[in-house]
Design a protein around this ligand. Structure first.
Ligand code: BGC
Length: 258
């Protein structure tokens, strides 16, 4: 299948690399919805750059897609190089991701960006909270770690990594990710206290107009959003498990290079 980049129903292709799966799909850029099913392969263990790139090539081949590909990584990507690897194989640090993926996917337009940045772009454009928030929007993925994207009128400030910001001497993601809740067996009340402290720290720095909460736990947001005690409204993400794929597809469509 080739890409169709003109007229209504413009299509692009996104791949979201996570700790357990490499998921991809064709995205309709007019609606932010997937065209057909997404396809997933298990993330190889160890998730080295070569092994993950092979998994990505398998997902692209499944769709017989010959056009541009956007790819997310759970890492800082700056200057075309992966700079961190908090929850993935350390072999990523220093990897020239464009050279790597070009070797596995051939010569075609590519965009590689942080997973939360991609999901935040997608939520701010296609999610329910997308209608004209007048101010800074902070999107957070609450999962194994805390991923972040800061957007202002749809423009992304990449690689903010707010999950690693220290809150009273401890990284935010070690205080309030959903994994920490699980590991400690905390109630929603207890976890909401921890998360509120993290959100208040972000408020002091960025004065956001809105937080959008993503990650699996946002599906149960009615159980914990009402318990938060920070000042800024928090709404659940609405694209959920397609946000990374959609954001990756958006990024390559606008030739985003971070
Ligand atoms: C990583 C981020 C990533 C987030 C969500 C954090 O541990 O440092 O780059 O966006 O997890 O996957």
């Amino acid at each position: 299948m080739t890409d169709n980049t003109t007229g209504p129903g413009r299509r692009s292709f996104g791949i979201d690399v996570g700790g357990s799966g490499i998921k991809g799909g064709i995205v309709d850029l007019d609606t932010g919805e997937l065209v057909g099913e997404r396809f997933k392969v298990l993330t190889p263990q160890p998730a080295t750059p070569e092994a993950v790139a092979q998994g990505i090539a398998d997902v692209v081949a499944h769709f017989d897609w010959s056009g541009s590909v956007g790819i997310t990584l759970p890492a800082v990507v700056a200057g075309g190089v992966a700079r961190t690897a908090a929850n993935i194989d350390h072999g990523w640090i220093g990897t020239d991701v464009y050279e790597l993926f070009r070797r596995h996917l051939g010569d075609r337009p590519l965009s590689v960006l942080n997973d939360a940045d991609a999901a935040g772009m997608a939520e701010s454009r296609y999610g329910q909270a997308s209608n004209e928030v007048d101010g800074v929007v902070i999107f957070l993925t609450l999962g194994t770690g805390i991923g972040s994207a800061i957007l202002y009128h749809g423009q992304l400030l990449p690689n903010t990594e707010l999950g690693h910001l220290e809150v009273r001497g401890k990284e935010a993601e070690h205080r309030a990710s959903s994994k920490v809740k699980e590991d400690h067996g905390w109630s929603y009340e207890k976890w909401a206290e921890k998360l509120s402290e993290v959100l208040r720290t972000y408020e002091a720095l960025f004065s956001p107009a809105l937080f959008i909460a993503g990650g699996g736990i946002s599906r149960k947001s009615h159980k914990w959003i009402p318990l938060l005690s920070n000042d800024t409204p928090v709404v659940p993400a609405t694209l959920l498990n397609t946000a990374g794929i959609v954001g990756a597809a958006m990024a390559v469509d606008v030739d985003l290079r971070v």
